[in-house]
Design a protein around this ligand. Sequence first.
Ligand code: BG6
Length: 468
Amino acid sequence: MNTKFPQNFLWGASSSAFQIEGAWDKDGKKMTVADFNSFKKSHFQADTKVASDFYHNFEKDIDLMKELGMKTYRFSISWARIIPDGEGEINQKGIDFYNKVINKLVENNIEPFITLYHFDLPFALVEKYNGWEGRETVFAYERFSKICFNEFGDRVKYWQPHNEQNLIVRVEERINIYDEKDPLEIDRMRAQMDYNMCLAHALAVNACHEIIEGSKIGAAVSSSVTYPLTCSPEDVYAARMNDNFKVYYMLDMHFYGEYPGYYIKYLKERDIMPRMEESDKEILKKAKMDFIAINYYRTNCAEALPIDDNHPFGTREGAVDFSMYGLFKMSMNPKLKATEYGAAIDASGLRVALNEYWQRYHLPIIITENGLGTADVVEDGKIHDQYRIDYLRDHIEACSLAIEDGVEMLGYCPWSFMDLLSSAQGFKKRYGFVYVNRTDDDTLDMKRIKKDSFHWYQKVIETNGDLK
Ligand code: BG6
């Protein structure tokens, strides 16, 4: 297929701090929510203590990025490395570390693309304010973002405030809800945290534009494309509402500065309206994103789900792919194959997603995550991951088709540059172009090995999208 990628297309790859850095308490860094959650699983899988040990290997790892030909590298900054308690004292050693990473990228002509918050809220803010539930956290985040813009903005043009806010709030441990049992109270806390994160997002967008001339900043969305399980009108509505409640309620807030009607109705009927200050309105309305970043892994189906005596309107069931009584029930698509971890493989759904987001908001789109997580086998020092090549090829092709459809795309950054700590499956589930030689129980020699997909992607970049 002749693909259609613009010149200057940002071919890259992604990662996040807690999943690669290790050195979880080194040089002044303190614990984060991501550390805390991973330590609960330390007895059966790898945790954040060493992860892929990027902290001690970043120079060699960036050499590999250069060899791959990456035009951009999307990674995140650990807030607790820069401000160990989330607020208060600044840790110069944390700033020094990211300066070294950024300088090395720039020396190698790799555009740094930074996420400010990727699931790793400083734990001190949980202890003081229950994390995002407190407005104090919003302003602590604003300060953190300004420190990053001031320290790194002379070299970093591309920013994302939060990674997948719309997914974080679905998973209770990610928003540090550990012991609460009452579903209504959980939904109340969730709605408040979600709103506070929207406000924090807007403050970061505004600060970024004020501090860094020519900067670009936009939301990273865990994307959702929902097919109606049948063609009955009720199921079609259910599918639409699923996308609304998984993605658009939040993107509309980021884009228009206010929640859409169906979401306000839900908040009112469930009686969980968050506290919003009058003065927030101006901040939210002023924040204008420059692009939308999509993380795309799968699609789902939905059908109507009526309320019953035990489940009033708005009651949730499940977490990441939750169903909601009165609106939608989620299921897997019987027409698609899925990965061993249950993610439906659906490259053409990506074309749908790209068209949909473009038509709604007319903002350029970059993919900041997309990939296949599975076990890899080392044979004679090589990893023949043809399955990953097939997966990525189909998804890159979908991007090219979307570009032909008229979608403006900035770039494509698959997940992930190298193997890293998968939150649910440790190092059993690998996504990288570069193999990291460790298991869940043993850090072995941490050697980096280029997989077949590394060599394949290198050619794709070199030829600006030739998929032969
Ligand atoms: C995304 C996250 O939702 O999915 C990543 O931004 C994550 O941090 C990725 O690793 C894949 O999920 P998992 O559970 O396989 O690690």
